[in-house]
Ligand binder design. Sequence first.
Ligand SMILES: Nc1nc2c(ncn2[C@@H]2O[C@H](COP(=O)(O)OP(=O)(O)O)[C@@H](O)[C@H]2O)c(=O)[nH]1
Ligand SMILES: [Mg+2]
Length: 148
Amino acid sequence: MKKLLLIGRSGCGKTTLTQALRGEKVHYQKTQGMVFEDFLIDSPGEYAENHDLGCALALYSYEADVVALLIAANDDYSLFPPCITCLVNREVIGIVTKSDQADPCRAERWLRLSGCKTVFHVDSLSGKGVQEVLNHLNQQKTNKNTEK
Ligand SMILES: Nc1nc2c(ncn2[C@@H]2O[C@H](COP(=O)(O)OP(=O)(O)O)[C@@H](O)[C@H]2O)c(=O)[nH]1
Ligand SMILES: [Mg+2]
Protein backbone atom coordinates (compact mmCIF):
# COMPACT_ATOMS: atom_id res chain seq x y z
CA MET A 1 0.00 0.00 0.00
CA LYS A 2 1.22 3.49 -0.80
CA LYS A 3 2.14 5.89 1.99
CA LEU A 4 -0.28 8.78 2.58
CA LEU A 5 0.63 12.17 4.11
CA LEU A 6 -2.36 14.01 5.61
CA ILE A 7 -2.36 17.83 5.63
CA GLY A 8 -5.08 20.15 6.94
CA ARG A 9 -5.97 22.64 9.62
CA SER A 10 -6.28 21.68 13.31
CA GLY A 11 -9.52 19.88 14.00
CA CYS A 12 -10.37 19.03 10.39
CA GLY A 13 -10.24 15.33 11.21
CA LYS A 14 -6.79 14.07 10.10
CA THR A 15 -6.04 11.91 13.14
CA THR A 16 -9.58 10.54 13.29
CA LEU A 17 -9.26 9.56 9.63
CA THR A 18 -5.95 7.76 10.31
CA GLN A 19 -7.75 5.73 12.98
CA ALA A 20 -10.63 4.94 10.61
CA LEU A 21 -8.21 3.96 7.82
CA ARG A 22 -6.48 1.55 10.22
CA GLY A 23 -9.80 0.13 11.37
CA GLU A 24 -9.19 1.34 14.94
CA LYS A 25 -11.81 2.56 17.37
CA VAL A 26 -12.04 6.33 16.91
CA HIS A 27 -10.86 8.36 19.92
CA TYR A 28 -9.61 11.93 20.32
CA GLN A 29 -5.82 12.28 20.38
CA LYS A 30 -4.02 15.62 19.98
CA THR A 31 -1.24 15.39 17.37
CA GLN A 32 1.88 16.88 18.97
CA GLY A 33 4.34 16.22 16.15
CA MET A 34 4.72 14.39 12.85
CA VAL A 35 3.46 10.82 13.33
CA PHE A 36 4.75 8.03 11.08
CA GLU A 37 2.75 4.83 11.48
CA ASP A 38 2.26 2.03 8.94
CA PHE A 39 1.19 3.56 5.62
CA LEU A 40 0.15 6.89 7.18
CA ILE A 41 1.95 10.15 8.01
CA ASP A 42 -0.16 12.42 10.21
CA SER A 43 0.77 16.07 10.67
CA PRO A 44 -0.25 18.60 13.34
CA GLY A 45 -2.65 21.20 11.92
CA GLU A 46 -0.26 23.92 13.07
CA TYR A 47 2.07 22.92 10.23
CA ALA A 48 -0.55 23.87 7.65
CA GLU A 49 -1.47 27.04 9.53
CA ASN A 50 2.05 28.48 9.76
CA HIS A 51 4.06 29.55 6.72
CA ASP A 52 7.47 28.29 7.88
CA LEU A 53 6.12 24.96 9.11
CA GLY A 54 4.17 24.71 5.85
CA CYS A 55 7.48 24.62 4.00
CA ALA A 56 8.46 21.64 6.17
CA LEU A 57 5.33 19.84 4.97
CA ALA A 58 6.58 20.14 1.39
CA LEU A 59 9.75 18.31 2.52
CA TYR A 60 7.76 15.63 4.36
CA SER A 61 5.93 14.93 1.11
CA TYR A 62 9.12 13.19 -0.07
CA GLU A 63 8.44 10.53 2.59
CA ALA A 64 5.03 9.82 1.06
CA ASP A 65 3.70 8.38 -2.18
CA VAL A 66 0.44 10.31 -2.05
CA VAL A 67 -0.33 13.64 -0.33
CA ALA A 68 -3.87 14.37 0.90
CA LEU A 69 -5.21 17.88 1.47
CA LEU A 70 -8.10 17.76 3.92
CA ILE A 71 -10.95 20.23 4.39
CA ALA A 72 -13.85 19.53 6.73
CA ALA A 73 -17.33 19.95 5.25
CA ASN A 74 -18.17 22.47 7.96
CA ASP A 75 -15.01 24.58 7.57
CA ASP A 76 -15.73 28.27 6.90
CA TYR A 77 -12.70 28.80 4.70
CA SER A 78 -9.90 26.97 2.92
CA LEU A 79 -6.28 27.22 4.05
CA PHE A 80 -5.03 26.12 0.65
CA PRO A 81 -4.34 28.67 -2.11
CA PRO A 82 -5.43 27.96 -5.71
CA CYS A 83 -3.20 25.60 -7.72
CA ILE A 84 -0.97 24.73 -4.75
CA THR A 85 -0.66 21.03 -5.62
CA CYS A 86 2.14 21.73 -8.11
CA LEU A 87 4.44 22.54 -5.16
CA VAL A 88 5.05 18.83 -4.56
CA ASN A 89 6.06 16.11 -6.98
CA ARG A 90 3.65 13.55 -5.55
CA GLU A 91 0.06 12.79 -6.45
CA VAL A 92 -2.14 15.13 -4.39
CA ILE A 93 -5.67 14.00 -3.59
CA GLY A 94 -8.38 15.95 -1.80
CA ILE A 95 -10.38 14.57 1.11
CA VAL A 96 -13.54 16.22 2.40
CA THR A 97 -13.82 15.16 6.04
CA LYS A 98 -16.91 15.32 8.26
CA SER A 99 -19.01 14.71 5.14
CA ASP A 100 -21.95 14.16 7.48
CA GLN A 101 -21.93 17.95 8.05
CA ALA A 102 -22.80 20.83 5.66
CA ASP A 103 -21.38 21.80 3.15
CA PRO A 104 -19.32 18.99 1.57
CA CYS A 105 -19.80 20.30 -1.99
CA ARG A 106 -18.25 23.66 -1.09
CA ALA A 107 -15.26 21.93 0.53
CA GLU A 108 -14.83 19.82 -2.63
CA ARG A 109 -14.88 22.96 -4.81
CA TRP A 110 -12.10 24.49 -2.68
CA LEU A 111 -10.01 21.32 -2.98
CA ARG A 112 -10.47 21.24 -6.77
CA LEU A 113 -9.51 24.93 -6.96
CA SER A 114 -6.29 24.03 -5.13
CA GLY A 115 -5.53 21.50 -7.85
CA CYS A 116 -6.84 18.18 -6.49
CA LYS A 117 -8.16 16.13 -9.42
CA THR A 118 -9.42 13.28 -7.24
CA VAL A 119 -11.57 14.16 -4.23
CA PHE A 120 -12.98 11.74 -1.65
CA HIS A 121 -15.73 12.38 0.88
CA VAL A 122 -15.35 10.63 4.24
CA ASP A 123 -17.20 10.47 7.51
CA SER A 124 -14.65 8.88 9.83
CA LEU A 125 -17.20 8.39 12.62
CA SER A 126 -19.52 6.17 10.56
CA GLY A 127 -16.74 4.91 8.27
CA LYS A 128 -18.49 6.16 5.12
CA GLY A 129 -16.05 6.71 2.25
CA VAL A 130 -13.04 5.30 4.13
CA GLN A 131 -12.82 2.14 2.03
CA GLU A 132 -12.67 4.23 -1.17
CA VAL A 133 -9.51 5.96 0.11
CA LEU A 134 -7.97 2.57 1.00
CA ASN A 135 -8.87 1.23 -2.45
CA HIS A 136 -7.18 4.23 -4.06
CA LEU A 137 -3.98 3.66 -2.10
CA ASN A 138 -3.98 -0.03 -3.06
CA GLN A 139 -4.83 0.70 -6.68
CA GLN A 140 -1.94 3.13 -6.95
CA LYS A 141 0.51 0.40 -6.07
CA THR A 142 -0.45 -1.83 -8.99
CA ASN A 143 -1.36 0.91 -11.43
CA LYS A 144 1.28 3.64 -11.18
CA ASN A 145 0.47 5.79 -14.18
CA THR A 146 -3.27 6.17 -13.95
CA GLU A 147 -3.50 9.48 -12.13
CA LYS A 148 -7.01 10.84 -12.77
N1 LIG B 1 -18.95 14.73 12.73
C1 LIG B 1 -17.68 14.35 12.50
N2 LIG B 1 -16.72 14.68 13.36
C2 LIG B 1 -15.46 14.30 13.09
C3 LIG B 1 -15.12 13.55 11.93
N3 LIG B 1 -13.78 13.35 11.91
C4 LIG B 1 -13.30 13.94 13.04
N4 LIG B 1 -14.30 14.50 13.75
C5 LIG B 1 -14.17 15.22 15.04
O1 LIG B 1 -13.37 16.39 14.86
C6 LIG B 1 -12.54 16.63 16.00
C7 LIG B 1 -11.09 16.83 15.59
O2 LIG B 1 -10.63 15.64 14.97
P1 LIG B 1 -9.07 15.30 14.83
O3 LIG B 1 -9.00 14.02 14.06
O4 LIG B 1 -8.39 15.33 16.15
O5 LIG B 1 -8.55 16.53 13.95
P2 LIG B 1 -7.04 16.88 13.51
O6 LIG B 1 -6.61 18.03 14.37
O7 LIG B 1 -7.14 17.27 12.07
O8 LIG B 1 -6.21 15.65 13.72
C8 LIG B 1 -12.73 15.42 16.93
O9 LIG B 1 -13.62 15.80 17.96
C9 LIG B 1 -13.38 14.38 16.03
O10 LIG B 1 -14.25 13.51 16.75
C10 LIG B 1 -16.18 13.18 11.02
O11 LIG B 1 -15.99 12.52 9.99
N5 LIG B 1 -17.45 13.60 11.36
MG1 LIG C 1 -4.42 15.40 14.73
